[in-house]
Design a protein around this ligand. Structure first.
Ligand code: A3P
Length: 248
């Protein structure tokens, strides 16, 4: 469960590897969207039935319209978050490629659309605030893109613990190795190069773009950064959460 583009596919790769004891064969032979079908798409709904349990499903849906059956099921949710400034930059670039998204004219214009939630899946702020109502629930685990980046090994251990999987050193090593940015970038089953030109213009960029933290510093002006911080503080003031505050 994520907002866009937060590290959704990175998490799918990690979970695909965990599901297969670290063996990358599945990741190297089946497109990522079939390994973890999208809950909210018509294609995803028809693909879900072909996935052998335990199933990994993906969704960007906001909390208030997510399936109510989840709350009485044994399913578990991993909610990945990312610094919203980096999400803004990543989405700006991705929106130029994916025909489904409105092509942004300029970063300043997209900047305002992002803050106001005038983008697909609406507001990042509301998405996070909605899902954070689940925080503390035993079937809900929160992890950030930045944590995955800083210490992938420790992150995978914590994911295993949440899923009730045995933490085995050699398994963790395999997951870390095969879910790295460079490995995923070269894997056509995971790097979205299989998506046809009808949906994605591959001449306008790459889905596996930079894979770094803090790229917003290369894009925001000082004034934009201050404006964003101010907006963030006002929007998130009711949330008992310190993620990104002070570090953004
Ligand atoms: P950038 O555009 O900043 O490079 P999502 O899967 O939610 O759409 O997120 C896409 C973002 O995650 C992109 O960010 C992409 O490069 C990054 N990403 C995907 N796999 C990654 C990995 N293994 N390591 C680090 N970043 C990864």
């Amino acid at each position: 469960m994520t907002f866009v583009p937060t590290g959704t596919n990175w998490m799918i790769e990690i979970l695909s590897l965990l599901r297969n004891k670290g063996d990358p064969t599945w990741c190297n032979s089946v497109p990522i969207w079939l390994r973890s079908p999208w809950y909210e798409t018509i294609e995803g709904q028809s693909q879900i039935k072909d996935v052998v349990p335990p199933r990994v499903l993906t969704s960007h849906l906001p909390f208030h319209i997510f399936a109510k059956s989840f709350f009485t099921s044994k399913a578990k949710i991993i909610y990945v978050m990312r610094n919203p400034k980096d999400i803004l930059v990543s989405l700006f670039h991705f929106s130029k490629m994916l025909h489904l998204y409105k092509e942004p004219k300029s970063l300043p214009e997209f900047f305002e659309d992002f803050l106001q939630g005038n983008i697909l899946y609406n507001s990042w702020f509301d998405h996070v605030k909605g899902w954070m109502q689940m925080k503390g629930n035993k079937n809900f685990f929160v992890i950030t893109y930045e944590e995955l980046h800083e210490d992938l090994r420790d992150s995978v251990v914590r994911i295993c613990e949440f899923l009730g999987k045995d933490v085995d050193d050699s398994l963790i090593d395999l997951v870390v190795k095969h879910s790295s940015f460079n490995v995923m970038k070269e894997n056509k089953m995971s790097n979205y190069t299989l998506i046809s030109e009808n949906f994605m213009d591959h001449t306008k960029g790459s889905f596996m773009r930079k894979g770094i933290t803090g790229d917003w510093k290369n894009h925001f002006t000082v004034a934009q950064n201050e404006y964003f911080d101010d907006f963030y503080k006002k929007k998130m003031k009711d949330l008992n959460m310190t993620f990104f505050l002070g570090t953004i």
